[in-house]
Design a protein around this ligand. Structure first.
Ligand code: B3K
Ligand code: ZN
Length: 859
């Protein structure tokens, strides 16, 4: 497979200052006329991207070109010689109704919508489809007025009016130069939830959330989230919105979460629509965070965009960092941090440890769609966070302002971005940038010794990044570790250079020794390290259970309190795996239960304490790994925890759930603890538990608890389970987002046969990514023991779905294929089955996107 290389970047030799697009919308034959003003910047041919376009005409300075004037292949249009300044016009015809890949202009629910990042625009018209060509877009479209009464594009509306034959037209103008990947068009019949916002500069902005007919009230939370985002970016980063209109359109068929098109964000309806009856707290939280994320892109992504796709983390890592901060400010910072780290460890650490590992800024890629990874997003965000620890908040904030001032209106690079923080901090950050070039998760070993006589604690730190594909040699990176000296009584010990007993240790060499002198006669302090998870590393510390329990009770950082229990649980699960006859450690179980009780006043945090590490995380610590055995071991520990907490669970669940429902953090926290108790009840696995869960299911006043009951019931074979599955479907069959959840809980908790059965269900729909993911991703990415079952049944069912999905939607299939990323670690039987499945897929013929993943996985 051919790959694109960062080192081959060359600037585009032309500027296109202005472009007019004229769409005549028809589902099967949309005519697109493009007229651009072109100006030469340097030597080179005039080459445009264009894929699947039926070309009607080309004009240069008004003159029609003939076949010998240009060259065309499947992907480009090339003119060898052109004047230094000219007008270029094309007319093409495209077929949105046949666009099942959902990239470019397509139809969802009978309405037109578009998705252009990264390379969708070339499916709409001929254009230099690369992020460093920025133009002012003027859009005109016409369509049948009855079927498509609302016509939307980027920027602000201009002229509109009626046309003969029941058609009408509208114009949109976007004054901000932008790359083609931010272009958007939507046309159809929608209901709108409207509101407005006044910026800190006093500018009025009309806001609209466009949804399916009859669902306007379900757009309210997205609107609240949008206004909160606009306000937060003003307060935290001094960034105001820059157009008179901001619209969000919800579509059912969408390849990922949402898209930050200038002034016209397009969202997967799963991240827009919510009401108290049908949405869970996780839904409300995700909507808030994704609306924020896309809005924050207006400054980090749109006004300052990427020079090329290698710089993707420049907008994505930074914008994830911004949305995490937004959620932390709106909700609970420690709880947010724990959730972000769970996601990082579950997805990014796994990616970093397998055949798909790549640097946050890679040197090459095979298929750009496959670069939208946990590494670019989540590790990219962690690097920004580590930077804030390294240079301090003040220098970081100054650096951000320099970035906004200096690079506004440009297509930038990681080097540009870091130059701002070098200016702000006065430090050389070249070593920090190694983080961007090196794949793999650094492992930090922490070794302490205490010299009683000298009252000195010696901390020995070493770092090592494991080899990753095509990168065997690794350099040390600067690792900022927040640290504290704990006194064991809930406070800190003071020492030289440790203000309030806290400091940041920068481990920037392979080895480092830190000596901490405490006052004479001081008792040995306990070391708390990587507080708040200040650096995205794995910490290795040779501490026994007793020492870890002591540390957990002395901790003052909520993140580390949680993390100590994670470490303890991990060790215990591995012990149970190796010794299947031995009972779970009663002392550990009691300690977790006590911590849960102790933190009941912060129920969201207490709920997280009940969560044992997921199989996906445990996977990373063993090779070869036996997922079935791991799952059994984990279940035994969970069962013991459930028994210990049952009295508490009964008490907590007998209290009334908060009413009236509000999606705020406070109520969500209470429901999170209730949900955790529902989960533990399910972990008992008895018929009695099934009866209890069914009665909670019947009474549940909100979707969070109802779904938790259903999820917990699924693994317990019982009449109650079957009734709940049926009742839930009957109640919600007309709401596709809720039915997605119904599919997902069954696939996520069931066997391969269940996933197979669900994929044959009449409501399973290969052309809808949400529905496909609700079975395939829920099974393959959250139900690892069943997916990797040694008989190969899990691999087969997912392989079959991927094979079918790939024929229509390569981006979707490629994403699902990443579920195989850990196959090389599997025990021999499951490993052979995974390999055979990948080979079968490869040999059967795959799309370029899917082949890119399979080839790298098998390499
Ligand atoms: N920028 C888009 C992701 C586009 C994915 C293209 N394959 C959404 C986001 O990250 O905000
Ligand atoms: Zn993004």
């Amino acid at each position: 497979p051919v790959s694109v290389k960062l080192e081959n970047y060359t600037p585009y030799p032309f500027a296109i200052d202005n472009v007019s697009l004229d769409f005549s919308l028809e589902p099967e034959a949309t005519r697109v006329r493009t007229r651009m003003q072109v100006r030469r910047l340097g030597p080179g041919e005039f080459v445009l991207d264009g894929v699947g376009l039926l070309l009607n005409s080309i004009k240069l300075n008004g003159d029609e070109l003939s076949l010998e004037d240009y060259e065309r292949d499947d992907e480009t249009l090339r003119l060898r010689s052109v004047p230094d300044a000219f007008t270029f016009e094309t007319e093409v015809v495209i077929n949105p109704a046949a666009n099942t890949a959902l990239s470019g202009l397509y139809i969802s629910g009978g309405r037109f919508c578009s998705q252009c990042e990264a390379t969708g625009f070339r499916h709409i018209t001929f254009w230099p489809d690369r992020p460093d060509v920025m133009s002012r877009f003027h859009v005109r479209m016409d369509a049948d007025k009855a079927r498509y009464p609302i016509l939307l594009s980027n920027g602000t509306p201009g002229d509109s009016g009626d046309l003969p034959d029941g058609r009408h037209y509208a114009e949109w103008d976007d004054p901000h130069p932008k790359p083609s990947y931010l272009f958007a068009l939507c046309a159809g019949d929608y209901d709108v939830w409207r509101d407005s916002f006044t910026t800190m500069n006093g500018d009025h902005v009309d806001l609209g959330v466009y949804v399916d007919k009859g669902q306007a009230d379900r757009a309210q939370w997205a609107m609240e989230s949008l206004k909160a985002s606009m306000k937060w970016d003003e307060e935290r980063f001094g960034r105001a919105y820059d157009l008179g209109v901001f619209n969000i359109v919800a579509v059912r068929d969408f390849n990922f979460g949402a898209m930050e098109n200038k002034g016209l964000n397009i969202f997967n309806s799963a991240y827009v629509l919510a009401n108290p009856e049908s949405a869970t707290d996780a839904d409300f939280e995700a909507i808030e965070s994704i609306v924020g994320h896309e809005y924050f892109h207006n400054w980090t992504g749109n006004r300052i965009t990427c020079r090329d796709w290698f710089q993707l983390c420049l907008k994505e890592g930074l914008t994830v960092f911004r949305d995490q901060e937004f959620s932390s400010d709106l909700r609970s910072r420690p709880v947010q941090r724990i959730k972000d780290v769970m996601r990082l460890r579950g997805r990014q650490f796994a990616e970093d440890a397998g055949p798909l590992a790549h640097p946050v800024r890679p040197q090459s890629y095979g298929s750009i769609d496959n670069l939208y990874t946990a590494t670019v997003y989540e590790k990219g965000a962690e690097l920004i966070r580590a930077l804030t620890v390294l240079i301090g908040d003040e220098a970081f904030n100054r650096g951000m302002q320099i970035y906004f001032d200096e690079f506004d209106g440009t297509a930038s690079t990681i080097e540009d971005f870091y130059s701002c923080f070098e200016k702000a901090s006065g430090r050389d950050l070249s070593q920090f940038r190694i983080w961007y070039a090196q794949a793999g998760t650094p492992e930090v070993t922490v070794d302490e010794s205490w010299d009683e006589k000298k009252s000195t604690l010696t901390i020995k730190l070493t770092q090592k990044t494991p080899a990753t594909p095509k990168q065997s040699e690794k350099k040390p990176v600067p690792i900022p570790l927040r640290a504290a000296l704990l006194d064991g009584r809930g406070g800190h010990c003071t020492a030289d250079g440790w203000e309030n007993g806290e400091t940041v240790i920068i481990l920037d060499e392979a080895k480092k020794k830190v000596e901490v002198k405490l006052p004479e006669g001081a008792a040995r302090p306990l070391l708390s390290i990587n507080r708040e998870f200040s650096a995205p590393v794995r910490i290795k510390r040779d501490l026994g259970t007793a020492q870890l329990l002591e540390l957990a009770s002395a901790e003052t950082d909520p993140f580390n309190i949680w993390d100590n229990f994670q470490t303890l649980s991990k060790t215990e699960i591995f012990r149970l795996l190796d010794d299947p006859q031995s009972p779970p450690d009663a002392e550990l179980v009691r300690a977790i239960a006590d911590a849960v009780r102790h933190n009941e006043s912060d129920p969201a945090f207490a709920a997280l304490l009940t969560a044992l590490p997921e199989i996906g995380e445990l996977f990373q610590e063993r090779e070869p790994v036996d997922p079935t055995g791991l799952n059994e071991a984990r279940k035994r520990l969970r069962h013991a925890l459930a028994e210990t907490l049952m009295v508490d669970a009964s008490r907590i669940l007998s209290e009334p759930t908060p009413t009236p429902f509000a999606p705020n953090a406070e109520q969500a926290g209470i429901r999170a603890l209730r949900t955790a108790m529902i989960g533990l009840t399910g972990a008992l696995g008895t018929q009695d538990a099934a009866r209890q869960l069914k009665s909670l299911f019947d009474q549940a006043a909100n979707m969070t608890e109802k779904l938790a009951c259903l999820r917990s019931l699924i693994p317990i074979e019982s009449m109650e389970r079957d009734e709940a599955i049926e009742a839930f479907y009957a109640d919600w069959k007309d709401n596709p987002l809720v039915i997605d959840k119904w599919f997902a809980v069954q696939a996520g908790q069931g066997k391969a046969a269940d996933a197979e059965r669900l994929s044959q269900h009449p409501d399973f729909d290969l052309s809808n990514p949400n529905r496909v993911r609700s079975v395939a991703a829920a099974f393959a990415m959250t139900n690892l023991a069943e997916f990797h079952a040694p008989d190969g049944s899990g691999h087969k069912v997912i392989g079959d779905i991927i094979e079918e999905a790939d024929k229509r939607n390569p981006a979707l299939a490629a994403r699902l294929l990443t579920s195989f990323e850990q196959w090389k670690k599997l025990e021999p039987v499951a490993k052979a089955s995974a390999k055979a499945t990948l080979e079968r897929l490869r040999d059967g013929g795959l799309s370029k996107n899917a082949m890119d993943i399979v080839a790298r996985a098998l390499d």
